[in-house]
Design a protein around this ligand. Structure first.
Ligand code: SAM
Length: 327
């Protein structure tokens, strides 16, 4: 198995003029400490795909109709090389992206999630932002686009790191960084981020209170937490324990009601806790596409009763909770 060669000096250089500078060395060490987590049999293929991307001198990033778009003087000859490289990085779950002539229609319309969230959060202008479980990095680019000074994404998946690297190849923005580490590996008590996003991660954690405590410790006092997670539709203070799979996903442990979720957030040391969005996930927002050809939400719902998952649980319902770290 091949191992990722991570350049800690490049990370320190990139972060040197940001609020994260005092933490740059520790963040680099946190990556190196991942050991087996930096190894993957497909790594050479993914790295080759990123290395094969064309160099486009005037490439720039914009957002168009929810697409993170890379434009510039791409030539028609670039199309087959782009197609081959981006296909080597499949499956593409979070997006959409368009790179020159290539459109990547991802499994998720991640722009819909962003639209639901963006209107409720404090302006990201000049802020230092952390996105925990950032997937391909789609939302990192959206955060930077609305003025964040420095955006750090973390996710243990090396495939998602390579998807991020493919976009970063064209953007070359050192104030947007991706580290292949889980939340638990961040230096404790960083107290540095102005805004921390945790979207689609809490239900993957066996002990949700631990995740919320870790989120608090990396935020500065009064900093903003943006928490997006699966909930159950119950009105009371309750939660559903998942025994094996939920909507075909492994590693889903406990789904709270809104009341329970808010009480978890308060108990972790946050105030001003409010639920700003509750939305059932539709088969238009999450679906099979040519860039993610496997089963998606439609196959995870009971065939004759789509209000339930194939396991008989309530179908996916997602809430966004915003809160501020107490002093
Ligand atoms: C459902 S996806 C959500 C992606 C993105 N945040 C979004 O909302 O579209 C969950 C992501 O969290 C990552 N993840 C799982 N456990 C994690 C952990 N302990 N720390 C950081 N990321 C984690 C997974 O690799 C995956 O990319």
């Amino acid at each position: 198995m091949s191992e990722l060669l991570f350049d800690t000096q490049a990370l320190q250089d990139a972060l040197s003029k940001t609020a994260l500078a005092p933490w740059a060395a520790a963040l680099g060490q946190a990556v190196l400490a991942q050991g087996h987590g930096l190894k993957h049999g497909h790594l050479p293929r993914w790295e080759q795909a990123v290395a094969s991307l064309p160099i486009v001198a005037d490439s720039r990033l914009s957002v168009e109709a929810g697409n993170v778009r890379i434009s510039g003087s791409f030539s028609e000859q670039d199309r087959p090389a782009l197609q081959t490289a981006f296909e080597s990085l499949m499956p593409w779950r979070k997006g959409p992206f368009s790179i020159g002539p290539l459109s990547i229609n991802t499994e998720w319309r991640s722009d819909w999630k962003w639209n639901r969230i963006e209107v409720h959060i404090a302006s990201l202008q000049a802020r230092s932002v952390l996105d925990v479980g950032c997937g391909s990095g789609y939302h990192l680019w959206r955060m930077r686009q609305v003025g964040a000074a420095c955006v750090l994404g973390i996710d243990p998946s090396l495939l998602y790191l390579m998807q991020f690297n493919a976009i970063q190849h064209f953007v070359q923005d050192k104030h947007v960084q991706f580290l292949p580490i889980p939340m638990q590996a961040l230096p404790a008590s960083m107290n540095v981020f102005d805004t921390v996003f945790s979207m689609g991660v809490l239900y993957h954690r066996r002990v949700p209170a631990q995740h919320l405590s870790e989120l608090k410790q990396v935020l500065r006092p009064e900093g903003e937490l943006v928490l997006e997670t699966l909930i159950v539709p119950d009105q009371g203070d309750t939660s559903l324990t998942i025994s094996e799979r939920y909507a075909n996903m492994r590693n889903v442990y406990e789904l709270p009601s809104i009341a329970r979720l808010e009480s978890w957030v308060r108990a972790a040391g946050f105030s001003n806790v409010r639920t700003v969005s509750v939305e059932q996930t539709s088969c238009e927002e999450q679906r099979t596409t040519e860039w993610m050809p496997s089963h998606s939400l439609a196959q995870a719902l009971a065939r004759d009763y789509p209000a339930l998952t194939v396991e008989g649980y309530p179908r996916p319902l997602r809430a966004v909770v915003i809160a501020n770290r107490e002093q």
